[in-house]
Design a protein around this ligand. Sequence first.
Ligand SMILES: [Fe+2]
Ligand SMILES: [Fe+2]
Ligand SMILES: [Fe+2]
Length: 419
Amino acid sequence: MEKLTIKLYDILLCLSNALELLSPKLYNHHQQTAYMSYIIAEHLGLPANKKRDLFYAALIHDIGTLFGSENLEIAETETVSIKYHGFRGWRLLKNFEPLKHSAQIIKYHHVSYEYGKGMQFENENVPEESHIIHLADRVCMAFAQKKNILSQVGSVLDYIESRAGSVFDPVYVEVLKKAAQKEYIWLNLFSRSPIEHIQEQICDATVLSSDETLEFTQIISHVIDFKSRFTACHSAGVAQIAKEIARLMHFSESECIMMQIAGHLHDIGKLAVSNKILEKDNVLEIHEYAEMKAHTYYTYHLLNIVPEFSIIKEWAAYHHEKLNGNGYPFHLSGENLTLGSRIMTVSDIFAAITEDRPYRKGMEKEKAVNVLEQMVERNEIDKNVVKVLFENYDNILQVRKKAQKAALIEFDKFTAPFV
Ligand SMILES: [Fe+2]
Ligand SMILES: [Fe+2]
Ligand SMILES: [Fe+2]
């Protein structure tokens, strides 16, 4: 099998769409901000590479939002604490080479202009692109989404202009006013997929190698897991278990990497599930279970955005399907569930029942074995996969613990207060 390579653009779009699930109130916020930032950059005549890094930064600018709950603050207040989600977004991305500059832009995307003082923050230069995102972000948020868009342009510009110099760079406000005369820009901005209108202009050919894809999906796994303290290292464990079982079942080296990537992403749809449900310590009510059941559906459709993920998507998104057809949400049965999907299912269950949660200890070996045996009995999960797991139980348990310990260190770094 050939080594996996994917387009950076595709995976960023996937992540951007995933971030939208965090708060339905912010419908299309990342795409809108990316579109508006691009329009401003275009009118300013910024060079292509700057436009690209700005566009990518805008597409995921609120990636550092913590626990989902910060979204409302971002939506409703004009000036949010600077050393907050922007800084945390930078923490997530700063070591990922292809997005190094975008990470720096994200770091400062809430710094006010302050008549020029905002070009520096604590002795560091604030990229001009951060100020562009700041303006674009506020412009998008100033519109009432359900009212006629064009009739609001005047009052939105008045609001922005009243803050030219203090909050926003006046040069960019002027550029915005010029662009604002073209109605199509606003209509594009509030269309279903604003960035579709500029996709061809971006035409970025940056490709991620399989190692870079692995590295970036690990960052995404942190976004997924860090949503709740209770799940802060879940995907890290699942990814390593799945990779280890795949290796023991003679998957090729590149397939093992794919399995690890699928593990990183298997719960990406959980960004749509409220923390109240994720953190519940007893059985879910029917309506809560209904919300939970949608998460693998979202995983499937989010991963569908990356064409090279066709196999990974199935391994990742089918982890709640059962061989007897009684799983969710697709109700696939044995003949449609490949070995890769079966491995992921077992890995997810094994991680979930053996890992500690704040409200309960993980199961000891005897109990975990019992649970898995019963599931095999009911023809829910694959007996050969479970056999490999049992034969290598202690080793796989160690693999999980090691991966999760490392992820928890990352979690502490991510949530550490800024001095
Ligand atoms: Fe923000
Ligand atoms: Fe799941
Ligand atoms: Fe999971």
